[in-house]
Design a protein around this ligand. Structure first.
Ligand code: BES
Ligand code: ZN
Length: 590
């Protein structure tokens, strides 16, 4: 059996799904999507074909000619879902699966009107990475199985469908009161990049290749925040070579979106917490854009190679920002990343296998071991390659790497082989195998520094000795400066110190979610009561796990606020995304 993906039932020896034709109705009353998925195989086959599903109701399966295909749905595995085994008659190249999704589909969040900006219409969105596509479409749900697709989605007529694909026609649906939208994805994608949203969604052009989509209430703010997208696209092409997905549009999501961003091709999804009003959080847009090459063109073969997606993308994100804003911006970004990595390493423990770049996730839920390690340890390793090869050679290498592997999904070992072929000796010079296959952070981790970074670090590290920022100077710090300063402060401060910071810099009233979250973590750890109301309201406004997890951990870890954590969760659990809810339940059960 050639199933090389421990998180999928896929066996590519049985046949390879290369195209899908979807026809789905979205029902907001029952929280179900119902319809058909027609799967086309690369060549005619016969015998068993195994697909991944999770909580799908399979009603009927036929061949392209309408002959019934026997099928069996296996037992539900908590991590993997249920194997759907089809028994194909010899010579089958197309199968049509009639099915419905479950209201509990792990990839979908159904929002009540109250959970949207406009408060008048419901909303639905998908989030398929890592292994949730199988709860929306029966598929060979492994990044090794790329496919193209065509989709028709029918929804209540007041709503609009957007999809990570090229939009086609929109028109009245077959049933009255409905509207149908069609889409075409001509470039092959791994299943985790399948994505769509349904709601009251409008758009505005930002450049010849980019447009922002949001609910109407958020459109102008979003258009301003991300107005520089076209320059980013050009800067990214300088790093990687041509952009091969035609358009780079993006959708600013409702607040419950559990991630900062998701690189769905042609339509990146972004959290509204990036709308800081000062363009200070656009690195997330640069990050998702960079995935258009590292991740979407060259894709990790399985989740165990996830660092190939994220490590290279963080490297690219910072490289793009360096090109646009200079070296200092990169040093600050790298320092923020390093703080996050140190925390993740401390949490897992230095010998934990989850601190390796190449992981062994078999039998484990990818959402449970998601961490910053593949991002930031990966970034450091890619930076080491760059330093060892020299920038000019490494730039040429990256372009060649993308061109060589584009539209394929590769393992860490395939990458290492290519690296050795193109830049002989570099891997050994930096001890790459130690970085990849062993835990912890090796001693040769590169350092990024700048005068400004040192000033901020020294100031924060001198806090306990009485060093304080000058209130007038602090008022002019950039959001990145504040993030670093707050991250470098002790996690727990005397209440007087909290009050001093708050009085001088009004941190509890911060509109920038990164600064606010860093501050609220200190406030929670310190038991600083004047910030409790803000903690409560912040935890009811945002759904991004990056903020929810550390804040709940801080509250729950402090005897004074433990019950408060449980109460706030009980009040808000219903509006959190299922993935976020699961993550928080684990924190509150520990
Ligand atoms: N692809 C990830 C998000 C993701 C990873 C979703 C794994 C589900 C499973 C995305 O590109 C990402 O890394 N987002 C970060 C942005 C950041 C590192 C700039 C996030 O959400 O915070
Ligand atoms: Zn990413």
């Amino acid at each position: 059996m050639s199933c090389r993906d421990p998180h999928s039932y896929t066996d590519l020896d049985q046949g390879r799904v290369v195209h899908m034709d979807l026809d789905l109705n979205v029902d907001f009353d029952t929280h179900r999507m119902t319809g058909t998925a027609a799967l086309k195989l690369a060549a005619p086959v016969g015998g068993p074909l195994d697909l991944d599903t999770r909580d799908l109701d399979i009603n009927k399966v036929t061949t392209g000619d309408g002959a019934e295909v026997p099928f069996a749905l296996g037992e539900r595995d908590e991590v993997m879902g249920s194997r759907l085994r089809l028994q194909l008659p010899e010579g089958t190249q197309q199968v049509v699966i009639h099915y419905a999704t479950s209201p509990e589909a792990s990839a979908l969040q159904w929002l009540e009107p109250a959970q949207t900006d406009g408060k008048r219409h419901p909303y639905l969105f998908s989030q398929c990475q890592a292994i949730h596509a199988r709860s929306v479409i029966p598929a060979q749900d492994s990044p090794l199985a790329r496919f193209t697709f065509h989709a028709k989605m029918t929804v209540p007529e007041a709503l609009t469908v957007v999809m990570a694909a090229a939009p086609g026609e929109a028109g009245a649906g077959a049933e009255s009161g409905t509207r149908s939208f069609t889409f075409e994805m001509p470039q092959s994608i791994p299943p985790y990049l399948f994505a769509f949203a349904v709601g009251n969604i409008v758009s505005k052009d930002l450049g010849p290749r980019s447009r922002v989509y949001t609910e109407p209430e958020t459109l102008e703010k979003a258009a301003w925040e991300f107005a520089e997208v076209d320059g980013m696209l050009t800067a990214a092409e300088e790093v990687f070579g041509p952009y091969l997905w035609d358009r780079f549009d993006f959708l600013v999501m409702p607040a419950s979106f559990p991630y900062g961003g998701m690189e769905n091709p042609r339509l990146t999804f972004l959290t509204p917490t990036l709308l800081a009003g000062d363009r200070s959080l656009v690195n997330v847009l640069a990050h998702e854009l960079a995935h258009s090459w590292t991740g979407n063109l060259v894709t990790n073969a399985t989740i165990d190679d996830f660092w190939l997606n994220e490590g290279f993308t963080v490297w690219a994100e910072r490289r793009i920002l360096e090109n646009l804003e200079g070296e200092e911006a990169k040093a600050l970004g790298a320092a923020i990343g390093r703080n996050g990595l140190n925390e993740a390493l401390a949490e897992f423990g230095p010998d934990s296998p989850f601190t390796r770049l190449k992981t062994d996730g078999k039998g484990k839920d990818p959402d449970e071991f998601y961490s910053l390690v593949p991002y930031e340890k990966g970034f450091l390793l890619v930076s080491l390659f760059e330093q060892a090869a020299g920038r000019e050679k490494f730039d040429a290498f990256i372009k060649k790497y993308i061109d060589h592997f584009k539209f394929t999904s590769i393992t860490t070992e395939e990458f290492l082989e290519f690296l050795e072929q193109e830049l002989p000796g570099v891997a050994e010079q930096v001890d790459a195998k130690r970085w990849i296959y062993q835990s912890g952070l090796p001693d040769n981790a590169p350092q990024f520094t700048s005068a400004r970074l040192e000033m901020l670090q020294n100031l924060a590290r001198g806090w306990t000795d009485g060093l304080r920022p000058d209130p007038r100077e602090g008022a002019s710090w950039s959001p990145e400066d504040w993030q670093i300063f707050l991250q470098e402060l002790p996690r727990k401060l005397p209440l007087d110190d909290c009050a001093w910071l708050d009085e001088n810099f009004h941190l509890t009233e911060q509109g920038n979610a990164e600064i606010l979250c860093n501050w609220l973590i200190i406030a929670a750890n310190s038991g600083y009561e004047p910030a409790f109301d803000r903690i409560r309201s912040f935890l009811s406004e945002v759904g991004r796990m990056k903020y929810l997890k550390p804040l709940y951990s801080a509250l729950y870890g402090n005897e004074k606020t433990k019950t408060m954590a449980v109460e706030i969760f009980a009040d808000n659990a219903g509006s959190y995304h299922p993935i976020a809810r699961g993550g928080l339940e684990r924190i509150l059960a520990s």
